[in-house]
Design a protein around this ligand. Structure first.
Ligand SMILES: Cc1cc2nc3c(=O)[nH]c(=O)nc-3n(C[C@H](O)[C@H](O)[C@H](O)COP(=O)(O)OP(=O)(O)OC[C@H]3O[C@@H](n4cnc5c(N)ncnc54)[C@H](O)[C@@H]3O)c2cc1C
Length: 344
């Protein structure tokens, strides 16, 4: 491995096309996939596109009991060269105490130069531990790949964009899902290989249970339309009265500002922003949300931003494509009725 790295360093200093081809061949990326209900999570698909943009072969990594169907689905994704599969129930819930050593050992065994994962709760839980185990610095929440060593990432809640250059032998990267197109399922038929590296180290933590908020609505992180409610709704009763009918009329997911979540109007899985989810739907409608920078950090890349606020000076109107200065308690029911009527 050391010899390989020395060669790689020497090759990187040369500028000839022939050398570039050799360097590309030495690149290899492990794309860690999340899955739920026997399917690859939609949030993992953009990280494969990021891996493809880095260059070199892309190995998808799938772990968990009964995950053969997920591995088979991953093998069909465009850009995947191989699937590394660990069919072991110890990794089912993505417990970082179990998953991080598994990944670190597979990365070392495979000699991967890059490891990518979605910047989701799963990725944010696991990748810092992987970085620590490999003794490298994580490169978080990238929005673009300039070249194999250079990545773009927002900092200060998206108010500045940093371009970072890595000189590390292994780059552990999390990927902002809204910044890359999701990898498409195509006619690809990559081989699925069972990994022989499975430390399955005994852990002090065990999985007990999960309580998931169930919803028939589209998933907030990947929905094409999102309606979000803020403190302007005043209380949970109003949030539940006004937001679901509007979301249903539009076929949208529901989001919320942190103020609304902190006040108990909505579940914290619905929070949009710097410390919540980052979304970039075709339409984002902010209802009774002022537009604090921490909220904008989670939605300002939306294609069309609409806002309803009674304060004409609310900062949300500075980023909105369409704005309505009105009392939401009048405007939202009126809009909902009109949208429902248009559907008929
Ligand atoms: C470290 C840190 C991280 C944070 N992370 C996040 C985050 O991830 N997401 C997030 O959202 N915030 C986050 N915040 C909080 C953020 O700074 C704001 O406090 C929060 O976004 C405000 O939420 P809001 O717009 O719902 O409430 P407010 O700022 O109180 O705005 C309410 C708006 O409703 C309007 N309104 C009131 N009544 C009506 C009515 N009847 N009709 C129409 N409009 C009405 C008002 O004019 C006002 O503009 C973070 C803050 C910090 C310090």
């Amino acid at each position: 491995m050391l010899a390989n790295r020395t060669v790689l360093r020497a090759l990187r200093t040369s500028r000839s096309n022939a050398t570039y081809a050799t360097v590309s061949r030495l690149l290899s990326t492990l794309a860690v996939l999340e899955h739920r209900g026997g399917k690859v999570s939609a949030g993992s698909l953009p990280s494969i596109s990021a891996a493809v943009a880095i260059g070199g072969p892309v190995t998808a990594f799938v772990a968990g009991a009964d995950s053969a169907a997920v591995a088979a689905e991953a093998a069909k994704l465009e850009g995947v060269s191989k699937v590394l599969h660990v069919p072991n129930g110890a990794y089912d819930k993505g417990m970082p105490e179990n998953f991080a050593p598994l990944l670190a050992e597979n990365i070392k065994a495979g000699g991967f130069t890059h490891v990518v994962c979605a910047h989701s709760a799963f990725g944010k839980n696991i990748m810092p531990r992987v970085s620590a185990l490999l003794d490298v610095q994580q490169i978080s929440d990238i929005t673009a790949v300039k070249d194999q060593n250079t990545f773009v990432r927002p900092i200060y809640a998206g108010n500045a964009i940093a371009t970072v250059k890595s000189s590390q032998a292994t780059n552990v990267i999390t990927v902002r899902g809204t910044a890359f197109a999701p990898a498409a399922e195509g006619s690809n038929a990559a081989p699925v290989e069972q990994s022989t590296v499975d430390p399955n180290a005994p852990q002090l933590c065990e999985w007990v249970e999960e309580n998931l908020a169930k919803s028939e609505r589209p998933d907030l992180a990947t929905a094409s339309k999102v309606v979000s409610g803020g403190r302007g709704l005043k209380d949970k009763e109003n949030f539940d009265k006004y937001m679901p009918p509007l979301a249903d009329a539009l076929g949208a997911a529901i989001g919320a500002s942190r103020a609304a979540v902190d006040a108990g109007f909505a579940d914290n899985s619905l929070q949009v922003g710097q410390t919540g989810k980052v979304v970039a739907p075709q339409l984002y409608m902010a209802v009774g949300i002022s537009g604090a920078i921490q909220h904008l950090a989670g939605m300002k890349d939306s294609k069309v931003i609409a806002a309803i606020n009674k304060d004409a000076d609310a900062p949300i109107f500075q980023v909105a494509d369409v704005g309505l200065v009105a009392d939401l308690f009048t405007a939202v029911p009126e809009l909902t009725t009109k949208l429902e009527a248009e559907k008929k």
